[in-house]
Design a protein around this ligand. Structure first.
Ligand SMILES: O=c1ccn([C@@H]2O[C@H](COP(=O)(O)OP(=O)(O)O[C@H]3O[C@H](CO)[C@@H](O)[C@H](O)[C@H]3O)[C@@H](O)[C@H]2O)c(=O)[nH]1
Ligand SMILES: [Mn+2]
Length: 786
């Protein structure tokens, strides 16, 4: 052990030059911001107004100024994200021997077999079992919130297939450990005879596995009582174990002497209509408790059912950080990015979320800044959020793909370190009573806390009926009553983005995290490739984030907090993201209306202030284009990312904020509608063609189409007016912006006017939006021309 620690297990590279370049760039933009504020402010204070002030109504000027101030405030909040960019590398080959590695529990959540196809979910399960980690130290738990028999049956099939798959992966050092992904790849050539034979045998077994699952889904997938009515069932926990029949026909080469299979456990917690079940957070907390009495690993890999382990090394990479004595006392989690295997080149919905995970650190020297000031409704978020926050105190929990420390989730204060077993000793009655108030009444659970770091061989667990009964008790819906689960212990319940809430809460307690983005994608998921689900998901996120922002958990005011001020700023920007809709609505309506009615809002081309706007516009466009090209994407991808952000800002941000307000006022209950991963051929056909699929609710279409029609009308009318009045100098900025907006909105215009297929914007939505834009036009007429 001594030896293995003399060389570092990981390396952290700080990009100082880039940070400095970025700061310089930001400074120039702040100066431009100052110029713009002066230009706007002078309107209210200057006795002899500069041109074109005498032409302008104070009301739109005031609104646009307010929008710019809000925008600048939000922009400032996120700046620290770029001040210390870092890149990390792990050296798993330097880890101590396998015997010295800690145990890992894998938690996978699924909820609805109709939306989350069982075969794909089981591929996630098998891929997690196949991680390159000692089998006796790995346990995989699946939480099935749907309590569907097809899922339980699927688990048994998965175990049986894993008994073939794992030895195959180990023997031939297979890197792509998800069977679905592996067998989708072209077959490797020039392999040994033995390999080819084994691969064919495993492939045959895989086809059988697939057939079994598909037929089970057809026969009982949708007929389950629990997937139709409200959930009402007791808890069901089963340790999946193989039978000897699966060994039949297995080639002897795939029967190694020393292969331990990981423990595999199916958990469906109790659900009753009268009890809130707190969605995924509730499911994860149940898994925390159930696993504590079975395997009780100190580290937990959390996965969504739609995210499989693509490569085998992630567990060892993560341990390079968790086992580094320098950082491990405060290290809460190691976060990997979410990458997707279902995205295509054009990726019209930016399903890949390039801005969050992908944009390479090499482009961190610049950012979108004042573009917001001039660029009507575009919220072009090309930032590198997670890599950047790693340079502060670490990325927030991002739902899936993280190796988190069990202690951190239990709310155990940092620095207990070695004394955890004595602090959580339940032999003293007084102590025990206190612990029960916090963690609930299970003695077994409380005993397990003190034993987190004690070695425990999973195979030694005596899977007695008493233990299973205890696990069922831990998974019952009354267990958390009167305890601190969901408030101080486990994942938090007060937001549907439980990941961000829990992450910020832990960071405020002093836990730190790291972001690891190795070249080979460690996890791959199925991205949402239809507009409707994108908008539903976006609305849920915005509602959940604002819920955090407007509560005591808001990172900016939460106290006491061990978050640095700069980190608090960035976290606050994330939770107030939905406020983008306020300024974007102003920008989407006021400049075009003023253009139509001949009211200039921006400096003349000949005015030096014009330069400030023009500089910001051009430099930020070039910067974001550069970001896209650097990660190897085409300019078309850049355009698409703008477009989808435009759409989401005027839909998800608006409805997310409304949803949050209604939750707060008690008019609505929080809801976590899982996204549909079953996307049929028909649903994906437009995505594959690189076209938008407007088959979504009118609620989403109307604000979007209204704004586009309004901008189109204003552009046409405004240009006519400029031609007549010959004031292009004063109106150039607005004319250019309207034109830019139209280019950006082209898919919507196409969906309204040109498309004839079923993915077009329905006529009713167009009609209602036209009526709404007429209202805006008349409002503009009365306020600007009267
Ligand atoms: O009542 C529920 C609802 C959802 N889930 C599971 O939660 C996961 C995420 O749900 P999904 O429909 O895939 O939502 P996404 O919007 O894709 O999830 C993102 O956003 C969530 C927060 O809203 C995070 O928890 C996720 O990790 C993150 O990937 C899935 O495995 C679901 O099966 C449950 O277990 N119980
Ligand atoms: Mn998902």
């Amino acid at each position: 052990m001594e030896d293995s620690h003399s060389v570092p297990l990981h390396h952290c590279h700080v990009h100082k030059l880039r940070a400095n370049l970025f700061k310089t760039y930001a400074l120039v933009h702040v100066l431009a911001l100052g110029a713009i504020f002066y230009y706007r402010g002078a309107f209210f204070f200057n006795e002899t107004p500069l041109k074109p002030y005498n032409l302008v109504h104070p009301f739109p000027w005031f609104l646009i100024f307010a929008a710019e101030i809000l925008l600048s405030f939000l922009w400032i909040l996120k700046q620290p994200m770029y001040w210390r960019p870092v890149t990390r590398t792990a050296f798993p080959e330097r880890l101590p021997k396998d015997e010295e590695l800690p145990r890992i529990d894998v938690f996978i959540c699924t909820t609805d077999p109709n939306k989350e196809p069982t075969f794909e979910v089981m591929n996630t399960v098998v891929s997690a079992m196949a991680l390159d980690y000692p089998g006796e130290k790995l346990s995989v738990y699946l939480s099935d919130d749907g309590c569907a028999s097809v899922t339980l049956e699927g688990m048994k099939e998965a175990w049986a297939f894993a008994a073939w798959w794992l030895p195959f992966c180990r023997r031939y050092n297979v890197k792509t450990i998800c069977p679905l992904a592996y067998f989708d790849q072209p077959e490797e050539e020039s392999q040994s005879e033995e390999f080819i034979q084994d691969r064919n045998a495993v492939k045959e077994r895989y086809e059988f596995f697939k057939k079994q699952l598909r037929s089970k889904t057809r026969t009982n997938g949708t007929n389950d009582a629990n997937t139709t009515g409200p959930p009402d069932h007791s808890s069901l926990i089963q340790v999946i174990a193989g039978s000897s029949s699966i060994e039949a026909n297995k080639p002897s080469t795939l029967n190694p002497q020393k292969l331990e299979m990981p423990l595999l456990v199916y958990v469906a917690r109790e659900k009753r209509p009268s009890h809130p079940h707190n969605f995924k957070a509730g499911a994860l907390n149940t898994l925390l408790r159930v696993s504590s009495i079975l395997s009780n690993a100190p580290y937990i890999l959390v996965l969504d059912c739609d995210m499989y382990c693509n490569d085998s090394i992630s567990a060892r990479q993560a341990m390079c950080f968790h086992l580094d004595p320098k950082i491990s006392p405060t290290l809460g989690w190691v976060q990997y990015p979410q990458k997707f295997h279902t995205v295509n080149e054009s990726d019209v919905y930016d399903s890949e979320m390039k801005s969050v995970w992908l944009v390479s650190m090499t482009s961190l020297y610049a950012d979108v800044v004042l573009v917001y000031m001039v660029l009507s409704m575009h919220s072009c978020i090309y930032e590198t959020l997670w890599p950047g926050s790693d340079g502060l105190q670490g990325p927030v929990i991002s739902g899936t793909n993280l190796y988190v420390k069990r202690e951190a989730l239990y709310g155990i204060p940092i620095n207990h370190g070695t004394s955890i077993s004595s602090t959580y000793d339940c032999t003293s009655g007084n102590n025990l009573a206190k612990l029960k108030d916090c963690f609930g009444s299970s003695n077994e659970f409380i005993k397990s806390i003190g034993q987190i770091h004690k070695p425990k061989a999973i195979k030694d667990i005596e899977l007695s009926s008493t233990l299973i009964r205890e696990a069922q008790f831990l998974a019952s819906c009354n267990y958390e009553k009167g305890t601190k689960w969901g408030e101080q212990v486990g994942y938090r319940y007060d937001s549907v983005v439980e990941d961000a809430l829990t992450g910020y809460f832990l960071q405020s307690k002093g836990w730190r995290s790291v972001y690891l983005n190795p070249t080979t994608a460690q996890f791959l998921g199925s991205a949402i490739t239809n507009l409707n689900d994108q908008l539903i998901q976006g609305t849920r996120w915005q509602s959940g984030l604002l819920e955090i922002g407007l509560s005591n958990n808001c990172p900016l005011i939460h106290s006491p907090s061990k978050m640095q001020f700069l980190h608090k700023m960035c976290a606050s920007w994330v939770v107030f993201w939905s406020l983008d809709c306020l300024w974007s609505f102003c920008f989407a309506t006021i400049p075009p209306l003023c253009f139509l009615y001949g009211t200039p809002l921006y400096p003349k081309v000949s005015d030096p202030f014009f330069l400030a706007f023009a500089f910001v516009f051009a430099s930020s466009r070039l910067k974001t284009l550069n970001d896209t090209l650097i990660i190897g994407r085409s300019p078309r991808v850049w355009l698409n990312e703008h477009r989808i952000h435009l759409i989401k800002t005027v839909t998800c941000c608006v409805y997310g904020s409304l949803d949050c307000m209604m939750n707060k006022l008690g008019l609505r209950q929080a809801n976590f509608l899982p996204t549909n991963k079953a996307g049929g051929v028909d649903e994906n056909k437009y995505y594959k063609m690189g076209k938008f699929d407007f088959r979504t609710s009118h609620m989403f279409l109307i604000p979007l189409v209204t704004l586009v029609i309004l901008n189109l009308a204003c552009f046409l009318g405004g240009v006519a007016r400029v031609i007549v009045a010959r004031n292009w100098d004063a109106m150039f900025a607005q004319m250019f912006l309207s034109f830019y907006v139209l280019i950006m909105s082209f898919p919507v215009i196409e969906g309204v006017v040109f498309r004839k297929d079923d993915g077009r914007v329905p006529s009713l939505a167009t009609l209602m939006s036209t009526a709404a834009s007429l209202v805006f036009l008349s409002l503009g007429y009365f306020s600007l021309l009267h």
